[in-house]
Design a protein around this ligand. Structure first.
Ligand code: RTP
Ligand code: MG
Length: 141
């Protein structure tokens, strides 16, 4: 099994609910290390660039609007099988369909306000970590 890095964002709804620590505890319990982190309030331009893969989708405007509605907590996570492991911790995109005990089942309200983002594959993880954390800002141990 490979050591991977993945990009995670705690979205504005979960930051507003004051559950950053509870979500970090789940990463740690699953063996994922936080190797970079920063809080930010994204600009429209940053959010549009980050979610550019979705720009033709009908939900793009709402997604960008939501992601700039308040501060977010952005982190790079590192560990064995980190990309899939984080997706498993997150649960399904729609919290109504997310398995019990997942982050989205426990903290998300809707498919739009769904608490967390996580990279979905090795190539996107690499691009997304680099988008928010140019090499110098990642502290691997
Ligand atoms: P994310 O990228 O945020 O980790 O979520 P995901 O992979 O589970 O879902 P994705 O298909 O990449 O969609 C990105 C975000 O867009 C919103 N969305 N809304 N209304 C809709 O049908 C719809 N579909 C997706 C969600 O907030 C999703 O997290
Ligand atoms: Mg996605």
């Amino acid at each position: 099994m490979a050591i991977e890095r993945t990009l995670s964002i705690i979205k504005p709804d979960a930051v507003a609910k004051n559950v950053i620590g509870q979500i970090y505890a789940r990463f740690e319990a699953a063996g994922l290390k936080v190797v970079a982190s920063k809080m930010a309030h994204l600009s429209q331009r940053e959010a549009e660039a980050f979610y550019a893969v979705h720009k033709e989708r009908p939900f793009f405007k709402d997604l960008v609007g939501f992601m700039i509605s308040g501060p977010v907590m952005i982190q790079a996570l590192e560990g064995e099988n980190a990309i899939l492991k984080n997706r498993e911790l997150m649960g399904a995109t729609d919290p109504k369909k997310a398995d019990p005990g997942t982050i989205r089942a426990d903290f998300a309200d809707s498919i739009d306000a769904n608490a967390v983002h996580g990279s979905d594959a090795a190539d996107t993880a690499c691009v997304e970590v680099g988008f928010f954390f140019p090499g110098m800002n990642v502290f691997s141990r």
